[in-house]
Design a protein around this ligand. Structure first.
Ligand SMILES: Cc1cc2nc3c(=O)[nH]c(=O)nc-3n(C[C@H](O)[C@H](O)[C@H](O)COP(=O)(O)OP(=O)(O)OC[C@H]3O[C@@H](n4cnc5c(N)ncnc54)[C@H](O)[C@@H]3O)c2cc1C
Length: 333
């Protein structure tokens, strides 16, 4: 039976075809992450017969928080959560060991064996690794942000937007993510203020145009959020007009932070070459600077960051890992 009801529940993974990896086993491949790149890599690896284990912080990637995806072939329009569910339904048929709820904290290589450590001190052994850990939200790093996360400072619009019905909200950012959030919130919230630190807006023009018909949207470019205000409860922000240097308060009920993403490459920093944006440098076959360690998707320096591209890169990484393993096993023959 294709039971999709609790596909995100860890407890029922076992009955759905996933089970916990075995630390005693030397796997052909360990995959870090479970977004589109990792899922695709897992499907290709399973079909190549590689003994594969997966370790991921969350079961699903950035699209989990995306209201709708309209550019993934085969689905004219599908919710991000629904697409993640389709990926899980597809992948689980291979019965792969998958460890969820644990981030990879470190990867080491000794005598051609990779040791992948997790935040709960587990260590998985493998002959190759595919690192596909994507990106996470960039923070403002201003006073008060940490204190009010989840209590007025919001990073997941799809999760929290409904809480701001008829309220005043601020959106930090000027990119597609910020405007996507704005186009959702404009129909729910009473007022929206969009604040960008640089001059102008980088969101696609169709997104910018979609806001023009609303009169409850204020747009402030070249303004910098200096701090979050409020003692016990979130009150709003202090913002500086970078043109005039004037500092003033904007009171609001919530602040949605949409100022970009940073790669989750910390666990391999120092092990493989990263670019200035901390993305893993890969060649066209998803090879990194360390033989046997492949990387795919948004955590890499691949030019465009999209679901279809991450899935394609994941497939390439798995095929490259398979080739590498063939080369290793033929060595010395
Ligand atoms: C708001 C928004 C809207 C978007 N809309 C679209 C769209 O409409 N169409 C489109 O094609 N693309 C869209 N994208 C981009 C798309 O979501 C990404 O390109 C894609 O998800 C990248 O896939 P990935 O597998 O590389 O990484 P991710 O999706 O980021 O997945 C990374 C995975 O790694 C896990 N992980 C992270 N750190 C660790 C760690 N240390 N150890 C183990 N696991 C870890 C995470 O839990 C997650 O499972 C959107 C992105 C955002 C933010």
């Amino acid at each position: 039976m294709d039971n999709r009801d609790n596909i995100f529940s860890f407890e029922i993974d076992a009955v759905q075809g996933f089970f916990v990896p075995d630390e005693a086993v030397l796997y052909d491949l360990v995959i870090a992450g479970w977004g589109p790149a990792a899922v695709s890599a897992a499907i290709y690896a399973a079909r190549k017969g590689l003994n594969t284990a997966i370790v991921t912080k969350f079961k699903g990637g950035q699209i989990n928080d995306t209201p709708v995806v309209e550019n993934y072939p085969g689905f004219k329009s599908i919710g991000g959560k629904e697409l993640t569910l389709e990926f899980n339904v597809h992948a689980r048929q291979y019965g792969l060991p998958l460890l969820t709820g644990e981030a990879v904290t470190k990867i080491e290589k000794n005598n051609d064996i990779f040791y992948t450590s997790t935040e709960n001190q587990r260590i998985l052994k493998s002959r190759t690794v595919i690192y596909a850990t994507g990106k996470r939200n960039r923070r403002l790093n201003v006073p008060g942000e940490e204190k009010f996360i989840g209590k007025g400072v919001v990073f997941c619009a799809i999760c929290d937007a409904p809480l701001y019905k008829d309220k005043k909200v601020i959106i930090a950012g000027g990119n597609n993510s910020a405007f996507t959030v704005a186009t959702d919130l404009v129909k729910i919230a009473k007022n929206i203020v969009i604040i960008n630190i640089v001059r102008g807006w980088t969101a696609d023009s169709y997104l910018q145009n979609s806001l023009k018909k609303y009169n409850n949207v204020e747009m402030l470019d070249y303004h910098r959020i200096e701090s979050i205000t409020g003692n016990n409860d979130f009150k709003g922000i202090k913002v500086r007009n970078l043109e005039t240097s004037g500092l003033y308060d904007i009171d609001a009920d919530g602040l949605f932070v949409e100022i970009g993403l940073i790669p989750n490459s910390d666990a391999v920093a120092g092990l493989v070459a990263l670019n200035d944006n901390k993305e893993i440098i890969t060649d066209r076959d998803c090879e990194t600077s360390l033989p046997g360690l492949f990387a795919a998707g948004d955590v890499t320096d691949v030019t465009y960051k999209q679901v279809v591209i991450a899935a394609g890169e994941g497939a390439k990484a798995a095929l490259s890992a398979d080739n590498y393993l063939k080369f290793i096993s033929n060595k010395g023959e």
